[in-house]
Design a protein around this ligand. Sequence first.
Ligand code: PLP
Length: 421
Amino acid sequence: MKKRSFLKNLLALGVTASPGVHSFGKALSRFEHIPPAQLASNEDFWAGIRAGYKLKPDYINLENGFYCFVPQETLENLIGHVREVNYQGSWYMRNERKANKAATTARLAELGGCSPEEVVITRNATESLDLIITGIHWKEGDEAVMAEQDYGAMLNQFKLAAKRYGVVNKVVSVPNLPQSDEEIVDLYAAAITPRTRLLMISHMINITGQILPVRKICDMAHSKGVQVLVDGAHAFGHFQFNLPELHCDYYGSSLHKWLSTPLGAGLLYVKKGNAQHVWPLLAEGERDPNDIQRLNHIGTYPAYTDLAINDAINYHHAIGGKRKEERLRYLQTYWTSKVREIPGVRVNTPADPARYCGIGNVGIEGMKPADFAKTLMEQYKIFTVPIDGSNVHGCRISPNLYTTLEELDVLVKACTELARA
Ligand SMILES: Cc1ncc(COP(=O)(O)O)c(C=O)c1O
């Protein structure tokens, strides 16, 4: 199908003007026969998806890693929920909120391939992960292992645990371009001692987009009696996996990143039997120590978010998780393969497709990342974020489903010209 006809088709179905998952799904179903890997390079299809977003014309947005702002479809649904909850007021909060939250939780669990008793909705990955980091029943001298490439807020929470409980933090450094899974597993294994209680790893390192061999690390840690907390802020909704198959004990993610929910939504997975090992952040009444709900008392909150998560899951399924993964990896491969070998350009994300998906990091030799980001914005109208620390020096490049190849060509041109300068 030609680009125009798909766009026309979406418009005729009212997708961009007054969106509805049903019509959207119907338009997409025309592409059902095309395998996800093949559809990844079908620009007509993705132009149709792009039409569902309201894009700021000021710049090319290659900084979706902070927040994957929502397509118009999800936005309109959210606004409808805000109106409805406001209309129903306390009636909604007393009589309907709980069941709706439980229904959304069950759908999230289904997406993660686990039981609804292992998942709670939080407000973001920070809440999910920090709750575990300081909630563990630490004793003075217990050790925790993490990487300098992990997210700053979690590293800070470990520093707080050190001050508060006497936890000893062992910080490793993950190579940007590892040669094998074993290299990474051995790195973490070497930091474990008989006093280690918890290991935290990133599913996808936020500054480079590198995907770690989570299951192998978990199996290694468990063989030494150590539990594993996975920071999946960038993984859930980005590429396909099943939570129990990772073999981790705890997993936290932000849903407003790659699942494209509105801001303020996260997920915490606690493997069955592990909730008893964690103190809640905010106290809940007496419950079974293994009831994950013990860890989820947050008081009154914007309950329409629960409903909008449900819409975002619908949108995710309408596009298809595998299609999304294949497209995001295709976009990353598209631009990295064009710049990786250019002298003076340094791609800080591995070249093995099993170790990346949509995110990459690129630096220009002799150019500070902050200057690179500034030049990208001022001369090429490309919005990115500079990273300059933890052995990573470059700009993080995080396209989204609406990103076009022409936009990535501008990035390639910028890298080529700046490396030559
Ligand atoms: C790896 C990683 N973990 C945790 C977070 C925190 O996410 P949030 O701010 O949504 O809580 C981020 C945010 O960018 C992140 O990249």
